[in-house]
Write a protein that binds this ligand. Sequence first.
Ligand SMILES: Nc1ncnc2c1ncn2[C@@H]1O[C@H](COP(=O)(O)OP(=O)(O)OP(=O)(O)O)[C@@H](O)[C@H]1O
Length: 238
Amino acid sequence: MSSEFSANPVVSLRGVIIMQDVQTVLDRVTFEIEKGEFVYLVGRTGSGKSSLLKTLYADLPLAGGQMSVVGFNLNKLPRQKVPFLRRKVGIVFQDFQLLFDRTVAENLIFVLKATGWKDKKKIKQRISEVLMRVGLDAAAGKMPHQLSGGEQQRIVIARALLNEPLILFADEPTGNLDPEVTRSIMQLFLEINRSGTAVLMATHNYELINEFPKRILKCEKGRIFDSAKEEFSLRNGF
Ligand SMILES: Nc1ncnc2c1ncn2[C@@H]1O[C@H](COP(=O)(O)OP(=O)(O)OP(=O)(O)O)[C@@H](O)[C@H]1O
């Protein structure tokens, strides 16, 4: 094995090709994300950030190359194995996608039951743990519309944490939030990251990147540039 690659990364891509229909969105993508790393994903609108994230959580088929995510080989992952991969990753989108016709706790129970949890006591305990983690332990009985946008996003993050993922994939998680709430959501991601969960976060928010500098992957002209391998300026890159 080349020394450039670690023995046990959470995410590993080599020569990956990502397509939407007949369009090649990203070509020859090679990078790894280690356990507990925090990585930003940046690039202009349409440069391929969401397509890359979707490929990572097996929503978009891999068009070529080698890819493994939390130990699953995406080259030969049968459809029925996708839920097992999804249990080991957490996904956070820009629009919250909570079920608005049920309480916060019911939203979380829904996911736990769908991922095989049966024991009522354990379910209750896990819900209380994740809500505590995001600072909303009093919100279990509330309906989503009774919460602010920032609070709803915290619930989405709590939901992503239910099955103790090795990595969180976040697509513009602060896109709809005001600057103050954005900072507090970012603090939450950093806190989760400090306790060992890797994070890959797509964002257009340069202030956030400047304030909390981390490794950056930049999608540009069909390729990915990695700040861990080469220096690049963000100012002209977006
Ligand atoms: N479902 C789809 N079908 C066909 N083409 C798509 C689809 N989704 C995205 N594309 C195309 O793939 C390319 C990459 O889009 P993608 O959404 O990955 O970019 P992005 O960097 O996430 O953009 P944004 O910052 O606006 O979210 C674009 O040219 C887009 O038009």
